[in-house]
Write a protein of this length. Structure first.
Length: 278
């Protein structure tokens, strides 16, 4: 997420645009600072730490030093025409689905669940916020067994927060390079299907994961997709290249931010494309 001051400046600018034009305006911010953040890779380790599996100090710091200032900032911008999209904690719950063999992720379980539930509960109280919980991407959770691991974790966290109605849905491909594609697109540049991952692109992944989440949790969910880095379908080809996730050469910007998403075939569940990280 932008530093609080930078985010505040962005919201102020957007609010001025609303006042000048009378038009609804969308601002997207990423909430990303759980204790022991990025537990499996460590490439984006945050400021709050867990000294043990209870992580009492880290959880308290997250609530008081991170979420509280965000709430204070957002409370200044409550106009219904200023629509504030909040992407909740990239990679965090996906790590609990697949990486509990990593000691740092094992230790972070309580912190991740407690903090994300608190963030959802707290940030959803403002009527013009729209929360999307990170759901990784098809190159990570596209295997059916990974989807089946992920959905119950999300259900547990949403129950802790107060129920699934507090979120709008889920965020896909944040800071990643997976090709958006369409339901009708059979191209499989990462050769996923040979590995029994039938999410050959992110449109297919969002459709399949949404079915799994709605089946396990109930309710109806919607998605946003980060197209900031996936402008070239074949920037990575094959299983070896597609296992690389850092600073991919020749990736390029993807589709511009838009709500015109009928070309994907999942327009009934896909709210918008954003450049969340470029």
């Amino acid at each position: 997420m932008a530093h609080i001051q930078n985010a505040s400046d962005l919201l102020e600018s957007a609010m001025n645009h609303v006042k000048q034009t009378g038009n609804a305006t969308v601002v997207a911010l990423i909430v990303y600072d759980v204790p022991d953040r990025d537990c499996s890779a460590g490439a984006s380790a945050g400021e709050f730490k867990c000294s043990d599996s209870a992580c009492a100090d880290g959880i308290n710091d997250y609530k008081t030093k991170y979420i509280a200032p965000i709430v204070s900032m957002l409370n200044k911008y409550t106009d219904e025409k200023l629509r504030i999209v909040l992407i909740i904690e990239p990679d965090s719950l996906p790590n609990l689905a697949t990486n509990l063999n990593v000691p740092e992720c094992q230790q972070a379980q309580t912190a991740y669940k407690t903090c994300i539930a608190y963030a959802i509960q707290t940030l959803s109280q403002q009527p013009n916020t729209y929360l999307y919980v990170d759901a990784a991407h098809g190159g990570w959770l596209g295997w059916q067994n990974n989807m089946e691991k992920f959905a119950p974790i999300v259900k547990e966290v949403l129950t802790m927060a107060g129920g699934p109605s507090l979120i709008r849905g889920f965020a896909d491909n944040v800071a990643n390079y997976q090709w958006l594609g369409a339901l009708s697109d059979n191209a499989d540049p990462c050769d996923f299907q040979s590995q029994y991952n039938f999410c050959n692109n992110e449109a297919v992944y969002m459709s399949k994961m949404n079915q799994e989440l709605e089946s396990v949790i109930g309710g109806q969910f919607y998605w946003v997709h980060d197209s900031g880095r996936n402008g070239q379908e074949n920037a990575r080809v094959g299983t070896t290249q597609c296992s690389n996730w850092c600073n991919i050469k020749n990736a390029g910007l993807g589709y511009k931010p838009t709500t015109d998403v009928a070309f994907t075939g999942i327009e009934s569940i896909l709210d918008a494309l954003f450049w969340l990280k470029t």
